[in-house]
Write a protein that binds this ligand. Structure first.
Ligand SMILES: C[S@@+](CC[C@H](N)C(=O)[O-])C[C@H]1O[C@@H](n2cnc3c(N)ncnc32)[C@H](O)[C@@H]1O
Length: 350
């Protein structure tokens, strides 16, 4: 840790030496002080380094030397963000080689120093796209993962194909357990125009972020955001006012407790552990959701879950030993890596 801090301060000092002379003669927007120095062109070698491509190469090298994962992607995202674009490739080519302003260079340095401390890029940028929606991201609220987009797509397919999943009034009433940033709930709402979602989470930070993202996307009128710990005795009664739902969707904490320490430092240091740790067999919240479902779901309602590849078998035998729940595992889907990761469970009786 001491070595990391020392190396970091060396990097910051070095950049200070490059940036200070530039900053001392030019403000954030240039201004008159910039003019007095304009005759002092940077050395050609330095000019290359001070362009967007030069910064990407420089920080990629720094990240690689320090063992930061996805070194190039990280530096490209940061440089693009500072230049007001989402990706480096979407920047106008003229901006790749143009010298950056001292303010831009300083901002890139600040953001890259967070990455050197293993902060995930999504938190550094403060935003991330999910299913084409731009969502605000803030630690320690769980960052939506790309495979969860497949869960959303499966739910959308099911709603399109099965009229009973679509709900009586045109759009299904959906309950999302553990909404985090609101990624699943809001992407479903954005595509199911007559749908309504009840989004619950036990963490205050997640509830606030879902509110913010709902406002940001103008979807606040069709979402009820409820602070609720579904493992607490009788918690389900708080959900009764909305009536039985057509669908329950959840990407619950499902990591096996013993696997938690193997997670990347990005996750362990910045994301809420309670959003990931599913207990001994990763089933703690999953079994709570399944136990509550018969009280909350309509007779032929469905539950869609994202799980660990070991869960389809565990969930199947857990359900078989509880026939009173009237729930059956009807389909398992694989993620883009071919691992069985998504479950469709249907309620088969009153
Ligand atoms: C893996 S994250 C998923 C977040 C979001 N749905 C997504 O896919 O990006 C799990 C979420 O469940 C919430 N959670 C964990 N235990 C809970 C509980 N007992 N009751 C309600 N929410 C819970 C966590 O706070 C976290 O936001």
């Amino acid at each position: 840790m001491g070595a990391l801090r020392k190396a970091l301060s060396w990097e910051v000092k070095l950049w200070g030496r490059v940036l200070r002379p530039l900053l001392s003669c030019q403000g954030r927007t240039g201004g008159t002080r910039g003019r007095t120095c304009s005759s002092r062109q940077p050395h050609p070698a330095l000019a290359g380094l001070l362009s967007a491509t030069g910064q990407v190469s420089h920080w990629t090298e720094v990240f690689e030397k320090r063992g930061i994962p996805e070194a190039r992607e990280s530096s490209e995202y940061i440089v693009a963000h500072v230049l007001g674009a989402k990706t480096f490739q979407s920047l106008k080519p003229v901006l790749w080689t143009q010298p950056l302003t001292p303010w831009q260079l300083q901002r890139i340095q600040e953001l890259c120093s967070h990455r050197l401390q293993r902060m995930p890029v999504q938190y550094i940028l403060g935003e991330w796209d999910f299913q084409g929606l731009n969502l605000k991201m803030a630690p320690p609220v769980f960052i939506p993962r790309p495979e969860t987009e497949e869960l959303v797509e499966w739910v959308l397919e099911e709603v399109a194909q099965r009229p009973c999943a679509a709900g009586a009034q045109g759009g299904p009433l959906i309950l999302e357990v553990g909404c985090g940033s609101g990624a699943i709930a809001l992407s479903l709402l954005s595509q199911l125009l007559e749908s309504r979602v009840i989004a619950v989470d036990r963490e205050e930070a997640a509830i606030c972020l879902t509110h913010e993202n709902a406002q940001r996307l103008q979807l606040q009128d069709r979402i009820w955001i409820v602070p609720l710990d579904v493992t607490l005795e009788g918690s389900w009664t708080h959900l009764l006012p909305w009536g039985p739902v057509d669908l329950v969707v959840s990407n619950p904490p499902y990591v096996f407790h013993q696997d938690m320490e193997q997670l990347a430092p990005e996750i362990l240091s910045y994301e809420d552990a309670a959003a990931l740790d599913g207990g001994k067999e990763g089933m703690d919240l999953i079994t709570h959701i399944l136990s509550l479902a018969p009280r909350l779901l309509k007779d032929s309602g469905s539950i869609f879950l994202e799980v660990d590849p070991r869960h389809p078998e565990l969930v199947s035998s857990w359900l078989q030993s509880r026939p009173g729940l009237s729930l059956s595992l009807v389909a398992v889907r694989r993620d883009f890596c071919g691992r069985p990761r998504f479950l469709h469970i249907r309620r088969s009786g009153p």
